[in-house]
Write a protein that binds this ligand. Structure first.
Ligand SMILES: [Zn+2]
Length: 426
Protein backbone atom coordinates (compact mmCIF):
# COMPACT_ATOMS: atom_id res chain seq x y z
CA UNK A 1 0.00 0.00 0.00
CA UNK A 2 1.00 3.58 -0.32
CA UNK A 3 3.63 4.47 2.22
CA UNK A 4 6.13 7.14 3.18
CA UNK A 5 9.76 6.48 2.40
CA UNK A 6 12.94 7.85 0.87
CA UNK A 7 14.75 5.78 -1.75
CA UNK A 8 18.32 6.75 -2.61
CA UNK A 9 19.35 5.29 -5.97
CA UNK A 10 22.64 5.62 -7.83
CA UNK A 11 21.80 9.09 -9.11
CA UNK A 12 18.12 9.63 -8.34
CA UNK A 13 16.44 10.12 -5.00
CA UNK A 14 12.73 9.30 -4.72
CA UNK A 15 10.67 10.42 -1.73
CA UNK A 16 7.04 10.25 -0.61
CA UNK A 17 7.48 11.66 2.91
CA UNK A 18 5.29 14.75 2.49
CA UNK A 19 1.58 15.65 2.57
CA UNK A 20 -0.18 13.67 -0.14
CA UNK A 21 2.90 11.58 -1.02
CA UNK A 22 2.51 7.84 -1.46
CA UNK A 23 3.91 4.89 -3.42
CA UNK A 24 4.19 1.21 -2.50
CA UNK A 25 7.49 0.16 -4.06
CA UNK A 26 10.33 1.31 -6.29
CA UNK A 27 13.15 -0.73 -7.88
CA UNK A 28 16.11 0.75 -9.74
CA UNK A 29 16.59 -1.26 -12.93
CA UNK A 30 19.38 1.04 -14.14
CA UNK A 31 20.67 4.33 -12.73
CA UNK A 32 18.09 6.37 -14.71
CA UNK A 33 15.37 3.71 -15.01
CA UNK A 34 12.94 3.17 -12.12
CA UNK A 35 10.13 0.61 -11.83
CA UNK A 36 7.34 1.94 -9.59
CA UNK A 37 4.30 0.18 -8.11
CA UNK A 38 1.32 1.94 -6.48
CA UNK A 39 0.45 -1.36 -4.72
CA UNK A 40 2.33 -4.48 -3.60
CA UNK A 41 2.09 -7.83 -5.39
CA UNK A 42 0.25 -9.51 -2.54
CA UNK A 43 -2.41 -6.82 -2.56
CA UNK A 44 -3.46 -8.09 -5.99
CA UNK A 45 -5.64 -11.22 -6.10
CA UNK A 46 -8.12 -12.68 -8.56
CA UNK A 47 -8.12 -9.60 -10.72
CA UNK A 48 -8.69 -7.24 -7.83
CA UNK A 49 -6.55 -5.29 -5.46
CA UNK A 50 -7.47 -6.24 -1.91
CA UNK A 51 -6.70 -4.30 1.21
CA UNK A 52 -6.03 -6.76 4.00
CA UNK A 53 -7.19 -4.46 6.77
CA UNK A 54 -10.73 -4.28 5.40
CA UNK A 55 -13.19 -5.30 8.10
CA UNK A 56 -14.64 -8.07 5.97
CA UNK A 57 -17.97 -6.47 5.15
CA UNK A 58 -16.72 -4.08 2.51
CA UNK A 59 -16.28 -4.34 -1.22
CA UNK A 60 -12.77 -5.66 -1.91
CA UNK A 61 -12.35 -2.99 -4.53
CA UNK A 62 -12.58 -0.39 -1.78
CA UNK A 63 -8.94 -1.08 -1.09
CA UNK A 64 -7.75 -0.41 -4.60
CA UNK A 65 -4.69 1.77 -4.33
CA UNK A 66 -4.13 3.11 -7.79
CA UNK A 67 -2.85 6.50 -6.75
CA UNK A 68 0.69 7.70 -6.21
CA UNK A 69 2.55 10.94 -5.73
CA UNK A 70 6.31 11.13 -5.32
CA UNK A 71 9.19 13.55 -5.65
CA UNK A 72 12.35 12.88 -7.65
CA UNK A 73 15.61 14.72 -7.02
CA UNK A 74 18.65 14.60 -9.28
CA UNK A 75 16.79 14.85 -12.59
CA UNK A 76 18.14 17.90 -14.37
CA UNK A 77 19.05 17.48 -18.05
CA UNK A 78 18.98 13.69 -17.93
CA UNK A 79 16.68 11.36 -19.80
CA UNK A 80 14.84 9.33 -17.17
CA UNK A 81 12.57 6.37 -17.70
CA UNK A 82 9.80 5.61 -15.21
CA UNK A 83 7.96 2.32 -15.62
CA UNK A 84 4.74 2.59 -13.64
CA UNK A 85 3.07 -0.76 -13.08
CA UNK A 86 -0.70 -0.44 -13.14
CA UNK A 87 -3.77 -2.59 -13.61
CA UNK A 88 -6.83 -2.45 -15.68
CA UNK A 89 -9.63 -3.68 -13.52
CA UNK A 90 -12.87 -5.08 -14.78
CA UNK A 91 -15.73 -5.05 -12.33
CA UNK A 92 -17.43 -8.28 -13.29
CA UNK A 93 -20.63 -7.74 -11.36
CA UNK A 94 -22.03 -4.94 -13.48
CA UNK A 95 -19.85 -5.37 -16.54
CA UNK A 96 -18.53 -1.89 -16.08
CA UNK A 97 -14.91 -1.24 -16.60
CA UNK A 98 -12.92 1.20 -14.53
CA UNK A 99 -9.82 2.33 -16.32
CA UNK A 100 -7.46 3.36 -13.59
CA UNK A 101 -4.72 3.87 -16.14
CA UNK A 102 -6.50 6.81 -17.69
CA UNK A 103 -4.71 8.60 -20.52
CA UNK A 104 -3.93 11.68 -18.46
CA UNK A 105 -1.76 9.63 -16.22
CA UNK A 106 0.76 10.40 -14.93
CA UNK A 107 1.15 14.15 -14.54
CA UNK A 108 4.32 16.06 -13.64
CA UNK A 109 5.15 19.28 -11.86
CA UNK A 110 8.31 21.27 -11.20
CA UNK A 111 6.89 23.07 -8.18
CA UNK A 112 4.53 20.51 -6.67
CA UNK A 113 1.60 22.80 -7.46
CA UNK A 114 1.10 23.40 -11.20
CA UNK A 115 0.73 20.26 -13.26
CA UNK A 116 1.11 19.11 -16.85
CA UNK A 117 0.54 15.86 -18.66
CA UNK A 118 3.51 13.73 -19.74
CA UNK A 119 3.45 13.31 -23.52
CA UNK A 120 6.42 10.93 -23.96
CA UNK A 121 4.90 7.69 -22.79
CA UNK A 122 3.44 4.44 -23.97
CA UNK A 123 1.52 1.46 -22.70
CA UNK A 124 3.24 -1.91 -22.35
CA UNK A 125 1.92 -5.19 -21.04
CA UNK A 126 -0.41 -8.11 -21.49
CA UNK A 127 -3.65 -8.44 -23.38
CA UNK A 128 -6.04 -9.66 -20.69
CA UNK A 129 -8.36 -7.33 -18.85
CA UNK A 130 -6.78 -8.23 -15.50
CA UNK A 131 -3.20 -8.30 -16.79
CA UNK A 132 -0.71 -5.88 -15.43
CA UNK A 133 0.04 -2.96 -17.68
CA UNK A 134 3.09 -0.74 -17.57
CA UNK A 135 3.01 2.93 -18.42
CA UNK A 136 6.51 3.78 -19.59
CA UNK A 137 7.34 7.46 -19.31
CA UNK A 138 10.53 8.80 -20.88
CA UNK A 139 11.34 12.37 -20.07
CA UNK A 140 14.30 14.72 -20.08
CA UNK A 141 13.61 17.02 -17.16
CA UNK A 142 14.65 20.66 -17.19
CA UNK A 143 14.80 20.96 -13.39
CA UNK A 144 16.56 18.96 -10.73
CA UNK A 145 13.39 18.30 -8.69
CA UNK A 146 10.16 17.02 -10.16
CA UNK A 147 6.90 15.70 -8.72
CA UNK A 148 5.10 12.79 -10.42
CA UNK A 149 1.48 11.93 -9.68
CA UNK A 150 -1.31 9.64 -10.73
CA UNK A 151 -3.58 12.65 -11.25
CA UNK A 152 -3.54 16.36 -10.51
CA UNK A 153 -3.20 15.97 -6.75
CA UNK A 154 -5.33 17.93 -4.32
CA UNK A 155 -3.60 17.98 -0.94
CA UNK A 156 -4.32 19.29 2.56
CA UNK A 157 -1.43 21.73 2.10
CA UNK A 158 -3.04 23.18 -1.02
CA UNK A 159 -6.41 23.54 0.72
CA UNK A 160 -4.69 25.31 3.65
CA UNK A 161 -3.07 27.81 1.28
CA UNK A 162 -6.32 28.37 -0.63
CA UNK A 163 -8.27 28.82 2.61
CA UNK A 164 -5.72 31.36 3.79
CA UNK A 165 -6.01 33.33 0.55
CA UNK A 166 -9.80 33.31 0.14
CA UNK A 167 -10.23 33.62 3.91
CA UNK A 168 -9.19 37.29 3.62
CA UNK A 169 -12.34 37.98 1.57
CA UNK A 170 -15.17 39.63 3.54
CA UNK A 171 -17.46 36.94 2.12
CA UNK A 172 -15.46 33.97 3.44
CA UNK A 173 -15.22 32.28 6.85
CA UNK A 174 -12.84 29.38 7.55
CA UNK A 175 -13.83 27.07 10.40
CA UNK A 176 -13.54 23.44 11.43
CA UNK A 177 -16.19 20.90 10.41
CA UNK A 178 -14.85 17.93 12.32
CA UNK A 179 -11.87 15.91 13.49
CA UNK A 180 -10.32 12.95 11.69
CA UNK A 181 -9.56 9.49 13.08
CA UNK A 182 -5.90 10.52 13.36
CA UNK A 183 -6.67 13.88 14.96
CA UNK A 184 -6.49 16.25 12.00
CA UNK A 185 -8.93 19.16 11.66
CA UNK A 186 -11.42 18.84 8.79
CA UNK A 187 -11.84 22.38 7.35
CA UNK A 188 -15.22 24.03 6.74
CA UNK A 189 -15.29 27.04 4.41
CA UNK A 190 -18.40 29.24 4.30
CA UNK A 191 -19.05 31.76 1.53
CA UNK A 192 -21.91 34.23 1.62
CA UNK A 193 -22.86 37.92 1.82
CA UNK A 194 -22.86 38.63 5.58
CA UNK A 195 -25.02 41.75 5.03
CA UNK A 196 -28.00 39.55 4.14
CA UNK A 197 -29.46 37.75 7.18
CA UNK A 198 -29.23 33.98 7.17
CA UNK A 199 -33.01 33.57 7.50
CA UNK A 200 -33.37 35.21 4.05
CA UNK A 201 -31.08 32.66 2.39
CA UNK A 202 -30.94 29.01 1.46
CA UNK A 203 -27.99 27.00 2.69
CA UNK A 204 -26.04 24.88 0.21
CA UNK A 205 -23.70 22.27 1.69
CA UNK A 206 -21.00 20.55 -0.36
CA UNK A 207 -18.66 17.76 0.71
CA UNK A 208 -15.71 16.42 -1.28
CA UNK A 209 -12.89 13.89 -1.25
CA UNK A 210 -14.50 11.29 0.97
CA UNK A 211 -12.73 8.99 -1.47
CA UNK A 212 -9.27 10.41 -1.32
CA UNK A 213 -8.03 9.95 -4.88
CA UNK A 214 -11.16 11.45 -6.52
CA UNK A 215 -9.21 14.63 -6.80
CA UNK A 216 -11.39 16.63 -9.16
CA UNK A 217 -13.65 17.53 -6.24
CA UNK A 218 -10.88 19.64 -4.68
CA UNK A 219 -10.22 21.57 -7.90
CA UNK A 220 -13.95 21.95 -8.46
CA UNK A 221 -14.35 23.41 -4.98
CA UNK A 222 -11.63 25.94 -5.84
CA UNK A 223 -13.51 26.91 -8.98
CA UNK A 224 -16.70 27.51 -7.00
CA UNK A 225 -14.92 29.37 -4.19
CA UNK A 226 -12.83 31.63 -6.46
CA UNK A 227 -15.94 32.54 -8.42
CA UNK A 228 -17.96 33.20 -5.27
CA UNK A 229 -15.48 35.77 -3.92
CA UNK A 230 -15.19 37.46 -7.34
CA UNK A 231 -16.72 40.75 -8.52
CA UNK A 232 -19.00 39.03 -11.04
CA UNK A 233 -22.64 40.19 -10.67
CA UNK A 234 -23.75 36.55 -10.69
CA UNK A 235 -21.38 35.81 -7.78
CA UNK A 236 -22.90 38.71 -5.82
CA UNK A 237 -26.38 37.33 -6.52
CA UNK A 238 -25.29 33.86 -5.41
CA UNK A 239 -23.86 35.28 -2.17
CA UNK A 240 -27.11 37.13 -1.43
CA UNK A 241 -29.32 34.09 -2.05
CA UNK A 242 -27.20 31.34 -0.47
CA UNK A 243 -24.80 30.56 2.27
CA UNK A 244 -22.43 28.03 0.67
CA UNK A 245 -20.79 25.66 3.14
CA UNK A 246 -17.91 23.59 1.77
CA UNK A 247 -16.09 20.67 3.36
CA UNK A 248 -13.66 20.21 0.46
CA UNK A 249 -11.60 17.36 1.98
CA UNK A 250 -13.53 15.01 4.26
CA UNK A 251 -10.90 12.25 4.21
CA UNK A 252 -7.98 14.40 5.39
CA UNK A 253 -6.05 11.40 6.78
CA UNK A 254 -6.09 9.39 3.57
CA UNK A 255 -5.27 12.48 1.48
CA UNK A 256 -2.24 13.09 3.74
CA UNK A 257 -1.18 9.47 3.28
CA UNK A 258 -1.63 9.54 -0.51
CA UNK A 259 -4.06 6.64 -0.49
CA UNK A 260 -6.24 5.46 -3.36
CA UNK A 261 -9.82 5.33 -2.15
CA UNK A 262 -10.39 4.75 1.52
CA UNK A 263 -8.96 5.36 4.97
CA UNK A 264 -6.23 3.00 6.16
CA UNK A 265 -8.55 1.84 8.93
CA UNK A 266 -10.39 0.04 6.11
CA UNK A 267 -13.50 2.18 6.66
CA UNK A 268 -15.14 3.72 3.61
CA UNK A 269 -16.19 7.13 4.94
CA UNK A 270 -19.11 7.32 2.52
CA UNK A 271 -20.66 4.24 4.15
CA UNK A 272 -20.65 5.74 7.66
CA UNK A 273 -23.29 8.45 7.45
CA UNK A 274 -26.29 6.48 8.68
CA UNK A 275 -24.45 4.20 11.11
CA UNK A 276 -25.23 4.59 14.81
CA UNK A 277 -21.47 4.49 15.57
CA UNK A 278 -19.75 6.26 12.69
CA UNK A 279 -16.00 6.81 12.55
CA UNK A 280 -14.79 10.00 14.21
CA UNK A 281 -14.39 11.81 10.86
CA UNK A 282 -18.07 11.43 9.92
CA UNK A 283 -19.36 11.47 13.52
CA UNK A 284 -17.90 14.92 14.17
CA UNK A 285 -19.14 16.29 10.82
CA UNK A 286 -22.61 14.98 11.68
CA UNK A 287 -22.36 16.79 15.04
CA UNK A 288 -21.62 20.01 13.13
CA UNK A 289 -24.69 19.46 10.93
CA UNK A 290 -26.81 18.52 13.99
CA UNK A 291 -25.71 21.70 15.78
CA UNK A 292 -26.50 23.74 12.66
CA UNK A 293 -30.02 22.27 12.55
CA UNK A 294 -30.45 22.72 16.33
CA UNK A 295 -29.83 26.45 15.82
CA UNK A 296 -32.82 26.44 13.49
CA UNK A 297 -30.85 26.70 10.25
CA UNK A 298 -31.77 24.68 7.18
CA UNK A 299 -29.72 22.26 5.09
CA UNK A 300 -31.44 23.28 1.87
CA UNK A 301 -29.27 21.41 -0.62
CA UNK A 302 -26.43 18.95 -0.04
CA UNK A 303 -24.08 17.72 -2.76
CA UNK A 304 -21.40 15.11 -2.17
CA UNK A 305 -18.71 15.61 -4.83
CA UNK A 306 -16.78 12.60 -5.99
CA UNK A 307 -15.28 12.67 -9.47
CA UNK A 308 -16.29 16.14 -10.57
CA UNK A 309 -14.31 16.01 -13.80
CA UNK A 310 -14.78 13.36 -16.37
CA UNK A 311 -13.85 12.02 -19.76
CA UNK A 312 -15.37 13.85 -22.73
CA UNK A 313 -17.47 16.09 -20.51
CA UNK A 314 -19.65 13.22 -19.29
CA UNK A 315 -20.89 13.47 -15.74
CA UNK A 316 -23.15 11.32 -13.72
CA UNK A 317 -25.17 12.05 -10.64
CA UNK A 318 -26.54 9.38 -8.32
CA UNK A 319 -29.84 10.99 -7.29
CA UNK A 320 -32.36 9.93 -4.67
CA UNK A 321 -35.56 8.33 -6.03
CA UNK A 322 -38.45 10.79 -5.74
CA UNK A 323 -40.30 8.69 -3.13
CA UNK A 324 -37.73 9.95 -0.63
CA UNK A 325 -39.29 13.40 -0.84
CA UNK A 326 -42.60 15.08 -0.07
CA UNK A 327 -44.54 16.24 -3.13
CA UNK A 328 -43.33 19.81 -2.68
CA UNK A 329 -39.73 18.71 -2.16
CA UNK A 330 -39.89 16.40 -5.18
CA UNK A 331 -40.93 19.30 -7.37
CA UNK A 332 -38.04 21.45 -6.10
CA UNK A 333 -35.64 18.50 -6.48
CA UNK A 334 -36.58 18.25 -10.13
CA UNK A 335 -36.05 22.01 -10.51
CA UNK A 336 -32.58 21.66 -8.97
CA UNK A 337 -31.64 18.74 -11.22
CA UNK A 338 -32.89 20.63 -14.28
CA UNK A 339 -30.81 23.66 -13.29
CA UNK A 340 -27.69 21.48 -12.90
CA UNK A 341 -28.34 19.77 -16.21
CA UNK A 342 -28.55 23.10 -18.03
CA UNK A 343 -25.06 23.98 -16.78
CA UNK A 344 -23.53 20.50 -17.13
CA UNK A 345 -25.29 19.24 -20.26
CA UNK A 346 -23.62 15.80 -20.35
CA UNK A 347 -25.04 14.88 -16.95
CA UNK A 348 -26.57 11.45 -16.60
CA UNK A 349 -28.88 10.90 -13.60
CA UNK A 350 -28.97 7.48 -11.97
CA UNK A 351 -31.65 6.87 -9.30
CA UNK A 352 -29.82 5.48 -6.26
CA UNK A 353 -31.17 5.19 -2.70
CA UNK A 354 -27.72 6.12 -1.27
CA UNK A 355 -28.32 4.12 1.93
CA UNK A 356 -25.61 4.98 4.44
CA UNK A 357 -24.08 7.54 2.09
CA UNK A 358 -23.70 11.27 2.65
CA UNK A 359 -26.32 12.11 0.01
CA UNK A 360 -28.83 9.68 1.57
CA UNK A 361 -28.26 10.99 5.10
CA UNK A 362 -28.65 14.54 3.83
CA UNK A 363 -32.12 13.70 2.55
CA UNK A 364 -33.36 11.37 5.29
CA UNK A 365 -31.69 12.97 8.34
CA UNK A 366 -31.43 16.63 7.41
CA UNK A 367 -34.35 17.09 5.02
CA UNK A 368 -32.08 18.41 2.26
CA UNK A 369 -32.35 18.11 -1.49
CA UNK A 370 -29.33 15.79 -1.63
CA UNK A 371 -27.38 14.09 -4.41
CA UNK A 372 -23.88 12.99 -5.39
CA UNK A 373 -21.91 14.14 -8.44
CA UNK A 374 -19.32 11.77 -9.83
CA UNK A 375 -17.38 10.91 -12.92
CA UNK A 376 -13.67 11.53 -13.13
CA UNK A 377 -12.74 7.96 -13.89
CA UNK A 378 -13.69 6.53 -17.22
CA UNK A 379 -16.76 4.35 -16.81
CA UNK A 380 -18.48 2.61 -19.64
CA UNK A 381 -19.04 -0.73 -21.29
CA UNK A 382 -16.08 -2.98 -20.58
CA UNK A 383 -13.64 -2.55 -23.45
CA UNK A 384 -11.78 -5.49 -24.95
CA UNK A 385 -8.05 -5.53 -24.47
CA UNK A 386 -7.19 -3.86 -27.81
CA UNK A 387 -9.65 -1.13 -26.98
CA UNK A 388 -7.83 -0.44 -23.75
CA UNK A 389 -4.60 0.28 -25.58
CA UNK A 390 -6.26 2.47 -28.16
CA UNK A 391 -8.15 4.22 -25.36
CA UNK A 392 -4.91 4.93 -23.60
CA UNK A 393 -3.11 6.21 -26.65
CA UNK A 394 -6.03 8.04 -28.25
CA UNK A 395 -5.43 11.18 -26.23
CA UNK A 396 -8.84 11.20 -24.57
CA UNK A 397 -8.47 12.85 -21.26
CA UNK A 398 -10.27 13.86 -18.16
CA UNK A 399 -11.17 17.55 -18.01
CA UNK A 400 -8.13 19.82 -17.70
CA UNK A 401 -7.84 21.71 -14.41
CA UNK A 402 -9.00 25.03 -15.86
CA UNK A 403 -12.16 23.37 -17.18
CA UNK A 404 -12.85 21.70 -13.84
CA UNK A 405 -12.61 25.08 -12.16
CA UNK A 406 -14.84 26.65 -14.83
CA UNK A 407 -17.37 23.89 -14.17
CA UNK A 408 -17.33 25.01 -10.52
CA UNK A 409 -18.48 28.47 -11.60
CA UNK A 410 -21.23 26.85 -13.72
CA UNK A 411 -22.46 24.94 -10.66
CA UNK A 412 -22.81 28.25 -8.81
CA UNK A 413 -24.83 29.49 -11.81
CA UNK A 414 -27.04 26.38 -11.50
CA UNK A 415 -27.80 27.24 -7.86
CA UNK A 416 -28.72 30.81 -8.80
CA UNK A 417 -30.96 29.45 -11.59
CA UNK A 418 -32.55 27.07 -9.09
CA UNK A 419 -33.29 29.95 -6.70
CA UNK A 420 -34.78 31.84 -9.65
CA UNK A 421 -37.12 29.01 -10.57
CA UNK A 422 -38.44 28.97 -6.99
CA UNK A 423 -38.91 32.75 -6.95
CA UNK A 424 -40.92 32.65 -10.16
CA UNK A 425 -43.43 30.41 -8.39
CA UNK A 426 -44.03 32.87 -5.57
ZN1 LIG B 1 -16.26 8.16 -4.73
Amino acid sequence: MASKFVFQGTRLRLSTDFDGGGLAKVVEAEPDVLDCWPYLEDEYRDGFISLRSLDGAGDRRDGANYSFLFRLDGCRDRKITLRIHVLHERCKADDVSVVYANPDFPVISYDGDSWARTPQKHLLGGDGLADEKIIEVEHTFSQDTVWISYQYPYTNDRLRRVAQRIGSSPFCRVEVAGRSTEGRDIPLISLTDPAVPLRAKQVAWFTGLQHCAELGAGWGFEGMAEFLISDAPLAAEARRKFEFKFIPIVNVDAVAEGRGRIHRSGRNLNREWERPDPVCDIGTIRQTLDAWRAQGHPVSTFVDLHGFSTVDGKWFAPVLPLENFSADQARRYEQLLAAIKRQLPGMQYDPFPSVGLAAGAAVRTYGALGLSIDGWIYKGPAPTAPDLSSYYTSGRQVLPLAEIQAAGARIVQAWVDFAGSQEREL
